[in-house]
Write a new protein. Structure first.
Length: 346
């Protein structure tokens, strides 16, 4: 993999013998779980805005009067009234990109069951925006996973507030998105042990099931770290209807396979999925980076999972899953996260 923009779209088939890049425009299977180049953005300091313009001084919130105004469109990944797993970050998309987050950070409030969530916003390049219509996104998470069975409210009274300045415009936020409300379901946390080749699944802290697995082989190790369920299966081409049996089509030179009960956990293509061809499940790690399960276990895990569930990989041979590779938010230390990423929190 190369830089984040191309690495996020990399697709490789896991658990089969061939592991080459997949055809463009098609959801592929799993990433190699190898060691991609680090993002070019350094999150510890900010020297320029994401659009290439100079970043405003810390604390600057007022727009420049002699520049024409441009409205920053704000949309959310989450849907009002929906339920997610306890690892789900709040994700807001912005277009064009703000150059100063201070007004936003001061105005937006996140509560859990009516109490302050105590989290922080982190600004980064788009990761889960498949249509590439947004130029920056902000993720919010608390220090630890959300509590289970909780009500989360995001107050977004930012309409008309300054979003900084670009080279040619004074930026102000749109008033279209003013709030967001969603809930968390049961705390589904699965932990994959590369040594024992087992995945221990819990719900609200209680053991539910132990599942044999096969992870990435030595040449294509599975990422370590905390991953979050992003997607279950995929739509049939040209429709809004899921393929049957949680299937995802995996394509490459010499093969064209439908892989059942596929749960996506990284943007670059790691899945937890059925691998009936893999006779090493529970004994050896021989995949191209994905977590291979028996068909019956994969079907169970697919039906058990909800978007936002946590899948932890504390002991693999792979490098740490990058924060930008889907919802890898929990893999950044809190001290780094709280600084704000591309736009410093003020």
């Amino acid at each position: 993999m190369t830089k984040p923009s191309s690495a996020r779209r990399a697709r490789r088939l896991c658990g089969l013998a061939v592991a080459s890049a997949l055809a463009a425009g098609l959801l592929a299977a799993c990433s190699t779980g190898g060691s991609p180049s680090a993002p070019k953005t350094v999150y510890d300091t900010v020297t320029s805005g994401p659009t290439g313009s100079s970043a405003p001084a810390s604390g600057q919130t007022s727009a420049t009067p002699d520049l024409p105004q441009k409205t920053v469109r704000v949309t959310s990944l989450e849907s009002d009234g929906s339920t997610y797993g306890v690892g789900m970050p709040i994700v807001l998309y912005f277009s064009p990109a703000p150059t100063d987050s201070s007004a936003f950070t001061k105005a937006v409030q996140v509560t859990v069951n009516g109490a302050p969530a105590g989290g922080a916003w982190f600004w980064e390049q788009p990761t889960a925006d498949e249509k590439k219509t947004n130029t920056i996104e902000a993720h919010y998470r608390p220090k630890t996973y959300w509590p289970a069975h909780a009500q989360i409210h995001v107050g977004i009274p930012i309409g008309g507030l300054s979003a900084g300045n670009s080279k040619v415009n004074s930026l102000v936020y749109s008033d279209k998105l003013t709030s967001l409300d969603f809930s968390t379901g049961a705390a589904h946390v699965s932990t994959v042990n590369a040594n024992t080749k087992r995945m221990d699944v819990t719900s609200d802290g209680k053991p539910v099931k132990t599942i044999p697995v096969s992870l990435g082989q030595a040449q294509t190790p599975t990422y370590s770290g905390v991953k979050v369920v992003m997607q279950k299966g995929e739509d049939s081409p040209g429709t809004d209807t899921l393929r049957p049996d949680g299937a995802v089509r995996m394509i490459g030179p010499g093969y064209n396979e439908i892989v059942d009960w596929s749960v996506r956990i990284t943007e670059s293509g790691e899945y937890v999925h059925a691998a009936p061809w893999n006779s090493n499940i529970g004994r050896l790690s021989t995949s191209n980076g994905c977590t291979n399960l028996s068909t019956s276990d994969a079907e169970w895990f697919y039906k058990f999972s909800q978007i936002g569930d946590v899948v932890q990989y504390p002991r693999t041979d792979g490098s740490l899953m990058p924060s930008w590779d889907g919802y890898g938010d929990w893999n950044l230390p809190w001290g780094v996260w709280a600084r704000g990423g591309l736009l410093l929190n003020h």
